[in-house]
Design a binder for this molecule. Structure first.
Ligand SMILES: *[C@@H]1O[C@H](CO)[C@@H](O)[C@H](O)[C@H]1NC(C)=O
Length: 381
């Protein structure tokens, strides 16, 4: 018996090494970490070397550089003016043309007066601060741009933006029709990474990826208290979304979520090593022939005996849609209905590929999903 326990413990704690070349040389003995986190959280100098985070993404958004090659911009002013933002405010930073690594000093709550339109090559990095967006106001729009990283931000209580003029760059303020009330809306954008955010209670989706957006990773986030969690793909039959490739990894879904974790149309989603603690309707759904690989997830079904199925097809004629499950763990009667033929594997480059563990490892790999409390000059563990 003692021997058996010893072997089990050895298996458990030797596991990080099997991430192989994806792990840097930081010691990982004292904590099991997924490949995103193992890349930077052991570094005691993370706060003086923040831009290294940009090298830590894997999955389809692995090339998102954010503000890596630009200066650090410190947000010190919590005010918001959608048309003429003051220097020092989040909006003033987000609309600039050049790359910026945006961090926060003494600012916790930013009450946006309209949607925050983020320009290309920006990182919004909440590490070491406690930054909250939403709180009854509009939230983040990533539209017609590339290379945006959002890390360590709480987006809670996001509501629709108003019709009106909103600045999107130093030289352009345009008339907007009002935003949907998503926490993060990704629209015709590429190379996006959303990591370690706290996402709850928006008016529309928590993260929506639409209009031909691609090369996106959504990782290490905590999602709770919401109906329509994530929509990938604009409307049925919208062919521009065929290019869409999204990785959803190491997130923690629950409690009090209803559906769409994610709901996918037309494109491709790799859903790997996520923790699902119940759902009201279903976890993964879709329409318009999307391709979905569910790999190594931890599906803990709700008690409602009518809601045990992980999957939901929103229309008939789905027998040929490629939806597969591998290495998943199904608890409390959860089950996945597969469909289609042929390979469904993610066509990752070597930079994008990561080790996907078995579903039973997921609680250990997602314990720190959501906001981290990092101390300056200490490893963030
Ligand atoms: C999508 O974004 C690109 C810039 O990245 C822009 O040139 C193009 O016009 C946009 N397409 C649409 C349909 O808005």
């Amino acid at each position: 018996m003692a021997l058996l326990i010893l072997i089990l413990l050895l298996l458990l704690f030797s596991s990080p090494t099997i991430h192989g070349s994806l792990l840097p040389n930081h010691p990982t003995k004292d904590k099991i970490m997924n490949p995103f986190d193992a890349c930077w959280r052991f570094d005691p100098k993370w706060s003086s070397n923040r831009q290294r985070l940009a090298d830590c993404a894997v999955g389809f958004g692995a090339s998102a550089v954010g503000g890596k090659y630009g200066p650090v911009y410190v947000v010190t002013d919590p005010s918001d003016d959608p048309v003429n933002p003051r220097p020092g405010s989040l909006r003033h930073a987000a609309i600039q043309e050049g790359p910026l690594w945006i961090i926060f000093s003494g600012v916790t709550l930013v009450l946006l007066k309209n949607e925050l339109i983020v320009n290309s090559y920006k990182t919004i990095d909440g590490r070491g601060a406690a930054v909250v967006l939403g709180a009854g106001g509009p939230c983040v729009t990533i539209q017609n741009v590339a290379h945006v990283i959002i890390h360590g931000i709480t987006l809670r209580g996001c509501r629709p933006g108003k019709r009106g003029v909103v600045r999107s760059s130093p030289t352009h303020a345009g008339h907007r029709l009002g935003s949907d009330g998503d926490a993060v809306s990704v629209w015709n954008a590429s190379d996006i990474w959303i990591d370690h955010c706290e996402l709850a209670d928006a008016y529309d989706g928590l993260v929506d990826v639409v209009h031909g957006s691609t090369r996106i990773t959504i990782s290490n986030n905590h999602f709770s208290n919401h109906d329509k969690v994530m929509l990938f793909g604009h409307v049925d039959g919208f062919s521009a979304d065929k290019v869409m490739k999204v990785t959803v990894a190491f997130n923690w879904f629950g409690p009090n979520l209803v559906q769409r974790m994610p709901r996918v149309r037309t494109g491709y989603a790799h859903v790997a090593n996520n923790r699902y603690d119940g759902w009201e309707m279903y976890a993964i759904g879709g329409s318009s022939n999307p391709t979905i690989l569910s790999e190594g997830n931890y599906y803990n079904a709700p008690n409602n005996h009518k809601a045990k199925q992980v999957t939901k097809r929103e229309s008939g004629g789905w027998k040929n849609w490629k939806w597969r499950s591998t290495k998943d763990l199904f608890l409390n009667g959860a089950y996945f209905v597969p469909s289609g033929w042929g390979s469904c594997a993610a066509d990752y480059s070597s930079k994008q590929r990561f080790y996907v563990d078995m579903g039973f490892m997921v609680p250990l790999l997602t314990t720190d999903a959501g906001i981290l409390s990092c101390m300056f000059s200490k490893p963030c563990i």
